[in-house]
Design a protein around this ligand. Structure first.
Ligand code: F6R
Length: 364
């Protein structure tokens, strides 16, 4: 049942090209996004003035990622909340808004409660859900299913990747109906999105190098992941993958925030992973890497092919193929998933069932 892989997590990491392709193919027909299955009309999307995204854990990180893309490409204000926080405050949801609840299982108690609260407040809810017929799918006004297939490993990988695709599709459609992008730009984005499965496959082919690096760092005490913008959202997910399955303390920081306290935690040999996929922020994050290096940090740089300048600062560099800057998360997350996986394996831990965690959190 593990298809020749040692763990479900590794199998699911390798299923990402297919999961991403299946999710794209479910909604892109003859070069156009078709949302008839979702039930959302162009008219409804056009009238939206604000989006609230609510989720937990990795799904929340997808929301963080989506905020940068939606605001920049579709020019719409976005707020992102943890479901466990959203449900216990009195969120002000403006009239022409929509709430998006992202959930693999569709059964997460806090996310379901946030959905119900949004409906009580009279706002439409779009569920981005993997499990067909789950509670969140049933109670949402609209459902955009992801096509990851069943995910067994507690740590999410392929569902996360398909949730990103769902958000790309929604963003492009919104940008189109709101006249924020030209037809040429839309076609360019869809063409590039279609290359993601092959590019993810190429990242997977480099896994031995990550495995080697992970085995070297299996005894690390702390790991920090830093980045700016979309790279910060990638860092959050990379850090969660690491801590949940390897039990190594790790934290993600917006690179510019280091000076406000975190840098005091950097000691001789502390591993700092710099995520540098966003061209406009590259130099800014490099300067933060230089700062931690001078405090003794060991640096891993994660960027795309061509950005070889990272080697002037980083001790170990990982490259992923180039793609549209908005889609970089889909490629950059893969080495970080593999890193968490291989550290966990090197430590002899129960990768698929980390201690204290459940696949679906149905109690708050
Ligand atoms: C982390 C992970 C969790 C889930 C979170 C939400 O690898 O799997 O953080 O993302 O519990 O679960 P769903 O998406 O089922 O609502």
């Amino acid at each position: 049942e593990k298809g020749g892989f040692e763990h479900f997590m590794l199998k699911e990491i390798h299923e990402q090209p297919k999961a991403v392709k299946d999710t794209i193919n479910a909604y892109v027909k003859d070069g156009e996004i078709v949302f008839s299955q979702v039930g959302l009309s162009d008219e409804q999307l056009k009238n939206l003035e604000r989006i609230y995204i609510v989720a937990c854990g990795s799904a929340y990180h997808v929301g963080m990622s989506a905020k940068y893309i939606l605001e920049s490409l579709a020019d719409i204000p976005v707020e992102v909340d943890l479901a466990s926080e959203f449900r216990y405050r009195d969120p002000k949801l403006i009239e022409n808004s929509m709430v998006i609840v992202i959930s693999q299982s569709g059964e997460t108690a806090d996310s379901l409660a946030a959905l119900r609260l949004s409906k009580e407040k009279g706002r439409p809810v779009l569920g981005i859900v993997n499990v067909i017929g789950s509670s969140i799918a049933r109670e949402s006004d609209y459902v955009l299913y992801t096509y990851a297939g069943p995910e067994i490993s507690v740590a999410t990988t392929k569902a996360y990747s398909t949730q990103l695709v769902a958000m790309y599709l929604l963003t492009i459609q919104l940008a189109k109906v709101k006249d924020k992008i030209t037809e040429e730009r839309e076609a360019e984005l869809l063409t590039e999105m279609a290359t993601l499965p092959d590019k993810i496959q190429r990242v997977l082919e480099d896994k031995e190098r990550i495995q080697w690096f992970a085995s070297k760092y299996a005894n690390a005490k702390d790991i920090f992941f830093i980045g700016r913008g979309l790279d910060y959202a990638i860092s959050l997910e990379g850090s969660l993958k690491m801590k949940e399955i390897s039990y190594i303390h790790s934290e993600a920081y917006a690179a510019g925030e280091l000076k406000h306290g975190t840098i005091s935690l950097i000691e001789d040999g502390t591993l700092v992973v710099g995520v540098l996929t966003q061209q406009a922020l590259f130099e800014k994050t490099v300067s933060n890497l230089v700062e931690v290096k001078s405090r003794g940090a060991y640096l891993m740089g994660l960027t795309s092919y061509g950005n070889y300048a990272v080697e002037d600062t980083a001790d170990f560099s990982v490259y992923v193929p180039k793609t549209e800057q908005y889609f970089m998360n889909s490629l950059a997350i893969v080495p970080l998933q593999l890193m968490g996986y291989y550290v966990s394996v090197a430590k002899g831990l129960d990768v698929d069932k980390p201690r204290n965690l459940a696949k679906s959190v149905t109690v708050e």
